[in-house]
Design a protein around this ligand. Structure first.
Ligand code: PEP
Ligand code: MN
Length: 263
């Protein structure tokens, strides 16, 4: 059902009132984790002012170490709702477990499935049953075919509102956190009608590489990017080294202008 053979034209998925896919380049931005009201609102204000059309933020965090910050949970979702009220922009947040789905649909405009859960079939079915837009991230070691089949689970459960996301894969290369597979964007565009976003933050793990890879994402034909930003990255509770400062986010939007405006 997610194949081009079934539907030739590009799907457009609406997050709140924001269309993703079709003829526009979408920028979703915000912190890796929701940390506090002040942190969430201040960064949201900046990214909204600079032209982001939706806000990201993690309340439930899939951290590699159990001793690292795990997120504020439902309290974090309340702070994200405040950011939505303040900016008028829809919000995207990761759901980690099936048991969180019913609660989360009351807060968020789009449910993110993280890379580590791409093949959690119970969770895919559960978000499929909600009908809410789903941002499905590619697994760390998943093939493109496996990503598309994961999307098929969501579709088959009754939810066609799926946005795919290339966020980098595991390779032998250690210079960057992951290897951002921009081939995947071009391949998916051939194979599927679903919108595709690129996550250059997790794709590189290095703040200085986020702008160049965002340009590359636009050039290869992605429908947009989802990018991490923090006004004080050295104090961030997660992924500070890949967060764009407010100034860098403004620079990013400046450089993406031809794509955002051409759309
Ligand atoms: C995130 O977006 O904060 C995240 C944890 O991403 P991923 O699932 O791609 O690692
Ligand atoms: Mn992160």
């Amino acid at each position: 059902m997610v194949s081009r053979d079934v539907q030739a034209h590009d799907s457009v998925v609406r997050i709140g009132n924001v269309p993703v896919g079709g003829n526009r380049f979408t920028v979703i931005a915000g912190p890796c984790s929701v940390e506090s009201e002040q942190q969430m609102l201040s960064v949201s204000e900046v990214v909204a002012k600079e032209g982001a059309v939706a806000i990201r933020g993690g309340a439930f965090k899939p951290r590699t170490s159990p001793y690292d910050f795990q997120g504020l949970g439902e309290e974090g979702l309340k702070l994200m709702s405040l950011a939505r009220d303040m900016t008028g922009l829809p919000i995207v947040s990761e759901v980690m477990e099936t048991s969180q789905v019913d609660m989360m649909v009351n807060y968020v405009d789009c449910l993110q499935i993280g890379a580590r859960n791409m093949q959690n079939y119970g969770l895919l079915k559960a978000v499929g049953e909600t009908g809410k837009p789903v941002l499905l991230k590619r697994g760390l070691s998943a093939t493109i075919e496996e990503l598309l089949l994961a999307a098929e689970y969501i579709y088959d459960a009754g939810n066609p509102n799926i946005i795919l996301c290339e966020r980098g894969i595991r390779t032998f290369e250690t210079a960057t956190r992951n290897t951002l597979d921009l081939n995947a964007v071009a391949v998916i565009k051939q194979k599927s009608h679903l919108p595709v976003l690129v996550d250059p933050s997790h794709g590189t793990g290095v703040r200085e590489l986020v702008i160049p890879l965002s340009r590359a994402a636009a050039a290869v034909g992605a429908d947009g990017i989802i990018v991490e930003s923090h006004l004080n990255p050295s104090e961030a509770l997660s992924d500070g080294h890949q967060a764009l400062t407010g100034e860098m986010f403004a620079q990013l939007m400046q450089e993406l202008k031809p794509f955002v405006e051409a759309a």
